[in-house]
Design a protein around this ligand. Structure first.
Ligand code: KIV
Length: 295
């Protein structure tokens, strides 16, 4: 059994211990996060941007989520893995949501699924949790609906906005979600929601009052799109600079024949001079190579 499960994460909330979550989309990075003791990984549909270069998450498909999810799940001995349900894989009906959630659990072998929305998706949450699949909900700013907000905007402003986010959070808890992501919500509102809920809250751009925090891996490592970084991002290491320097050094060394040296070659297994001379004699082309032209 993993060290991080739905039960241990709930116990962390009960003890007042903070929960760490990062997004991740590949085996190698997931292995490092697992070794680092990160409690949970979100294979977010943000991979549409970070891995696929789309402007938003909308084009991502269930098949793609399964491929990325499975790669991450294989690496995680102890980290709990959450797999995002992509746009239009659950909105149509509870039946559609259950079918896709079931496929994602079976084929990606993750620990739970996540979907965006509050009251509107409660029938979907009920259908999925009734089938024994844990659900993490996501309220506040839900990126799959950015066209309805006219951008990626802070939600929960003013009394009406705050009430809407709180009611959505209470509704997803009631429907059976074991956790909820609060995205781009004012910090005092996020803290109040965290106090009101029995289930775990994971914040992103929601202040420090949530039970846990999530950041997009590329953003926190400084390898994201440097053109745009939301206010809530903290870059913990400039890995992008380290990578660029390594790529430039490699490029220079290959071009100057500095790499590889004998140390990076199979020198001990090399052919004797006799063999090389024989091969050289036997395989000398009799005629110069003809270059074939179609024209
Ligand atoms: O897709 C994602 O990465 C997310 C996080 C930003 C919470 O939903």
């Amino acid at each position: 059994m993993k060290q991080n499960t739905v039960a241990t994460l709930a116990a962390m909330k009960a003890r007042g211990e903070k929960i760490s979550q990062l997004t991740c989309y590949d085996y190698s990075t997931a292995r490092i996060m697992d070794e680092a003791g990160i409690n949970t990984i979100l294979v977010g549909d943000s991979l549409g941007m970070t891995m696929q270069g789309y402007p938003d998450t909308l084009p991502v498909t269930v098949d793609e989520m399964i491929i990325y999810g499975r790669s991450v799940a294989r690496a995680c001995k102890n980290t709990f893995v959450v797999l995002d349900m992509p746009f239009m894989s659950y909105q149509v009906s509870p039946e559609q949501a259950l079918t896709n959630a079931g496929r994602m659990m079976k084929e990606a072998m993750v620990d739970c699924v996540k979907l965006e929305g509050g009251k509107a998706v409660c029938p979907q949450i009920r259908a999925i949790t009734n089938a024994g699949i844990p659900v993490c909900a996501h309220v506040g700013m839900t990126p799959q609906s950015h066209h309805t907000y006219g951008g990626f905007k802070v939600q929960g402003k003013g009394e009406e906005g705050a009430r809407r986010v709180l009611e959505d959070a209470l509704a997803v808890q009631e429907a059976g979600a074991f956790a909820v992501v609060l995205e781009c919500v004012p910090p005092k509102l996020a803290a109040l929601i965290t106090k009101k809920l029995d289930i775990i809250t994971i914040g992103i751009g929601a202040g420090s009052g949530c039970d846990g925090q999530v950041l997009v891996c590329q953003d926190m490592l400084g390898i994201g799109d440097s053109g745009y970084l939301p206010k809530f991002v903290k870059t913990f290491a400039q890995v992008g600079d380290v990578m660029k320097e390594a790529f430039q050094t490699y490029d220079r060394q290959v071009k100057a024949s500095v790499f590889p040296t004998a140390r990076e070659s199979y020198v001990k297994s090399d052919c004797s001079d006799d063999i090389l001379a024989r091969l050289d004699r036997e395989y000398r082309p009799e005629e110069p190579l003809k270059i074939c032209s179609v024209l």
